[in-house]
Design a protein around this ligand. Structure first.
Ligand code: SF4
Length: 186
């Protein structure tokens, strides 16, 4: 279960094989080492900064009120629906982090700063960080993040980018990505 922990300090530094979509040109490119840099993350977060690990930027556009537990869903609803998608939400300040984030906080799968499925989560984060060209501790607005997704992740890319994520087959993330490209994402 914790097979990825032996290299937890380098989970973002591996060679990532991306797909053929909008991020396909980056195949076998070294991803930024966000986790190593996490040790230097400011101890005190500004209360108005939302901390997201790389793959949660795309999860946030596909979120439709379902999650791993009542508490998890309530927390993600407060962040995504009540904040990012609220009027003026595009101005929300975000920070890219290399381990557990504001979405993970109440997750029943969280174990400290790690996850019961750490290996798969690390794989997702590496692929998404590479696709979205995130730098360690990068700060950007939610509006900037949406633009970054639009520029770098094309409709159809999620089947490769998100691998074995259990939510992929429901289709809501790919549908939201298409709406983003069509300019009709709510
Ligand atoms: S398929 Fe999974 S990892 Fe990909 S955006 Fe959706 S919830 Fe996130």
């Amino acid at each position: 279960m914790f097979g990825g922990l032996s290299c937890a300090v380098c989970v973002f530094s591996g060679i990532v094989s991306a797909g053929q979509g909008g991020y396909g040109a980056a195949m076998k490119t070294r991803a930024p080492d966000l986790t190593l840099a996490d040790s230097a993350e400011p101890a005190l977060d500004k209360a108005d900064v939302v901390r997201f690990r790389p793959h949660h930027f795309l999860c946030a556009i596909g979120f439709e009120g379902k999650g791993y537990s009542g508490e998890f869903t309530e927390n993600m609803t407060a962040i995504v629906l009540d904040r990012l998608r609220a009027e003026g939400g595009e101005a929300t300040q975000m920070r890219v982090v290399g381990q557990t984030d504001d979405i993970c906080a109440p997750c029943p799968k969280r174990r400290g700063r790690l996850c019961t499925h750490q290996q798969g989560i690390s794989r997702l984060d590496r692929a998404h960080a590479l696709a979205l060209k995130f730098e360690p501790h990068e700060e950007l607005t939610w509006g900037d993040a949406l633009e970054r997704i639009r520029e770098n992740v094309m409709p159809g890319d999620l089947s490769k980018l998100c691998g074995s994520c259990r939510w992929l087959d429901y289709g809501m993330c790919e549908a939201a990505l298409q709406r983003l490209h069509d300019g009709v994402l709510d």
